[in-house]
Ligand binder design. Structure first.
Ligand code: FPP
Length: 239
């Protein structure tokens, strides 16, 4: 079975999972940690190169401050608790997104975690926090504009590769499989540029219930797809 090299996931449905149990929404977010562990371990076992998780979007800042605070505390706790296992398994952690709005403590913890795991050669785990696909394209455009202003780049030389080189996940293969749990069929401003050719998989499972069997079902979906990148089936060798 051919595995994806890079999987991107929108982990949706934590709130509904908790509400269905008469529990507060943050109980759902906490229950969302175990499927993260399961998915990270599975990717490691299968030799998948990269995993990108949407933990907090640029739009999630509109949630009630109490829920935002609980999510940020959860990220802090999870980084501390999970770091030994992640590092022990050679996982390289990287955060993508606009960090300025996060607390100084959280920013510092993220930077430490990245530095601690920077040399690891195993799974590249990217956690999107305060991330938006449009934000990413805007910050990349700004970086190109600065290079033009300084004279290092001509506007006429800006091409797809140049813009791609400034995006947050620069250097990684584009995701070949996108998974969204929780039943909605939307991209919700996740990796807009990078998902151009990605196979999209949606399932009704709420994120806290996403187990190894649910992950394997997504991989089986991927294995059954024909990836043609605009070519005919015969050209792509999939016919
Ligand atoms: C969406 O569910 C989920 C989030 C906004 C938070 C995701 C966070 C985790 C899974 C915690 C662990 C993550 C890491 C990387 C440590 P929702 O609240 O929108 O659910 P709903 O649609 O049912 O309301």
């Amino acid at each position: 079975m051919s595995h994806p090299r890079h999987i991107a996931i929108i982990m949706d449905g934590n709130g509904r999972w908790a509400e269905a149990r008469g529990q507060p929404r943050h109980a759902g977010h906490r229950a969302g940690i175990e499927p993260v562990r399961v998915t990270v371990r599975s990717c490691g076992e299968l030799g998948i190169e990269a995993l990108t998780l949407f933990a907090f979007s640029s739009e999630n800042w509109r949630r009630p401050p109490e829920e935002i605070g609980q999510l940020m505390d959860l990220f802090m706790d999870a980084m501390e608790k999970e770091l030994p296992e992640l590092h022990g398994n050679a996982v390289r952690l990287q955060f993508i997104g606009r960090r300025e709005s996060l607390t100084v403590r959280l920013q510092a913890r993220m930077a430490e975690t990245e530095a601690h795991t920077a040399g690891n050669q195993g799974l590249k785990l990217n956690i999107a926090v305060g991330y938006g696909g449009r934000w990413d394209i805007v910050q990349a455009s700004r970086a190109l504009a600065r290079r033009c202003q300084s004279g290092a780049l001509n506007a006429a030389d800006i091409d797809e590769a140049a813009l791609q080189g400034e995006l947050s996940l620069q250097g990684l293969p584009e995701p070949d499989l996108f998974i969204r749990t929780g039943g909605e069929q939307r991209i919700s401003n996740f990796l807009l540029w990078q998902l151009a050719y990605t196979e999209l998989y949606f399932c009704d499972t709420l994120w806290p219930d996403f187990d190894r069997a649910a992950f394997d079902a997504a991989l089986a979906f991927f294995a059954g797809r024909q990836r043609r990148f605009g070519m005919t089936g015969a050209q792509a060798g999939t016919a």
